[in-house]
Design a protein around this ligand. Structure first.
Ligand SMILES: NC(=O)c1ccc[n+]([C@@H]2O[C@H](COP(=O)([O-])OP(=O)(O)OC[C@H]3O[C@@H](n4cnc5c(N)ncnc54)[C@H](O)[C@@H]3O)[C@@H](O)[C@H]2O)c1
Ligand SMILES: [Zn+2]
Ligand SMILES: [Zn+2]
Length: 368
């Protein structure tokens, strides 16, 4: 038996947020050998998501230091005891919904709501032994990371890792907001408010689902050509035109069957609410902050009918949705490459946050 208190593990370079609002730094991190139910993954690509920036700014929690990065694809390097259905060499997209199979959602056959998802049991650490909090239980701005085996979803290895990894968070959230939560159907009219990575993916999801008309709105006109590339039939600069009127005008005066709020602010939620046709659906996929509130006349909520839904991770089930979406991508039916604005190195994440704040990219992707 070894008496070394430090766990056996592999030393890699990784991007760490040491304290609130400080620039991130490239650190040496110890990634433990996988224990029971765990897998160590060679990260090939990891997208920079707004949530990483929220962690860095202290908006998600106070458990610094954080190991950032969570929209990733890679190759399984090794697996721990008891792991079935996953082997070294498998090409995987990482997810933050490793379903438990036992909670009340899973037990009712609704695993896309799983309330007890799994992460790796062992912490990754700085060289001095400090335990790291991995973003969304993943931590993939790193050469390798340790996750629960269920966080690995095998997909066709022909896919470009930079594009495939984006399914791990924001792009899946947007696609699923349209397909799963909003249940967009053939012939529907759809409007998407906010066309960053998530909203642009909602546009792509609406197209995949067969929407007849897809109206994309953003206050930043640079986002509109991307939305058009992904399937928007109409684009609206929301600084120039009032969103609700613009959507009604393009839907025979009625409003859209499904309106997706991919911003998550009181004013955009209100726009989504009123831009629906009667009995239409509003989907909140943008994430509000704790101080935000929304006030609506209760009679309007009743009289307009329909559905007000929020979309956690696009109500996705990784084992069902990731392989299918990668197949559609490889067939040329889902343009995941359109989301990859630039490929960067691990030491460029801080600058990528600046470009995200300026709105000049859909996704920066760290690649090996
Ligand atoms: N529900 C989920 O599971 C999930 C998963 C990932 C991300 N998100 C959330 O989705 C949201 C969008 O993420 P993103 O990566 O696309 O961010 P982003 O910053 O790339 O995009 C947001 C877009 O909204 C636009 N916008 C801002 N205010 C607007 C307004 N009033 N009207 C119209 N457009 C407006 C911006 O110009 C920008 O293009 C964030 O809140 C993010 O946290 C949710
Ligand atoms: Zn569960
Ligand atoms: Zn994310």
């Amino acid at each position: 038996m070894s008496h070394d208190p430090r766990p056996a593990g592999r030393t890699v370079r990784a991007v760490v947020a040491r304290e609130k609002n400080a620039p991130v730094s490239l650190e040496t991190v110890v990634v433990p050998d996988p224990g029971p139910g765990e897998a160590r993954v060679e990260v090939q690509a990891c997208g920079v998501c707004h949530t990483d920036l929220h962690y860095r700014e202290g908006g998600i929690g106070d458990e610094f230091p954080y190991l950032l990065g969570h929209e990733a694809a890679g190759v399984v390097e090794s697996v721990g005891e008891g792991v079935a259905g996953l082997e070294p060499g498998d090409f995987v997209v990482l997810n933050w919904r490793a379903v438990c199979g036992r909670c009340r959602a899973c037990a009712r056959g609704r695993p896309w709501y799983c309330f007890d998802t799994a992460n790796a049991a062992q912490p990754m650490r700085l060289e001095d032994g400090t335990a790291l909090s991995p973003a969304l239980g993943i931590g993939a701005f790193a050469e390798a990371t340790l996750v629960a085996a269920g966080q690995c979803t095998r997909v066709d290895p022909a896919a470009d890792p930079a594009a495939a990894g984006l399914l791990g968070c924001g792009v899946m959230a947007g696609l699923g907001a349209a397909i799963n939560t909003g249940r967009v159907g053939r012939g529907d009219t759809v409007a998407v408010i906010g066309c960053g990575g998530v909203g642009a993916a909602a546009v792509a999801g609406a197209r995949l689902a067969g929407a007849a008309r897809i109206i994309a709105l953003d206050v930043d006109a640079r986002k509109l050509p991307w939305a058009a590339r992904l399937g928007a039939t109409d684009t609206v600069d929301a600084r120039e035109q009032a969103p609700v009127a613009a959507i009604r005008e393009r839907t025979g005066g009625f409003g859209a069957d499904v309106v997706i709020d991919a911003v998550g602010r009181p004013e955009t939620f209100r726009q989504a609410f009123y831009a629906r046709d009667l009995a239409g659906t509003a989907v909140l996929v943008g994430v509000p902050t704790p101080e935000m509130t929304a006030e609506l006349p209760l009679l309007d909520v009743f009289a307009r009918g329909g559905v007000l839904a929020s979309s956690w991770y696009g109500d996705c089930l990784p084992s069902r949705d990731f392989p299918m979406l990668i197949d559609l991508y490889l067939q040329g039916r889902l343009d995941l490459d359109a989301f990859v604005s630039e490929r960067i190195a691990l030491d460029d994440v801080e600058e990528a946050f600046d470009r995200m704040r300026k709105g000049s990219v859909l996704r920066s992707v760290v690649v090996r």
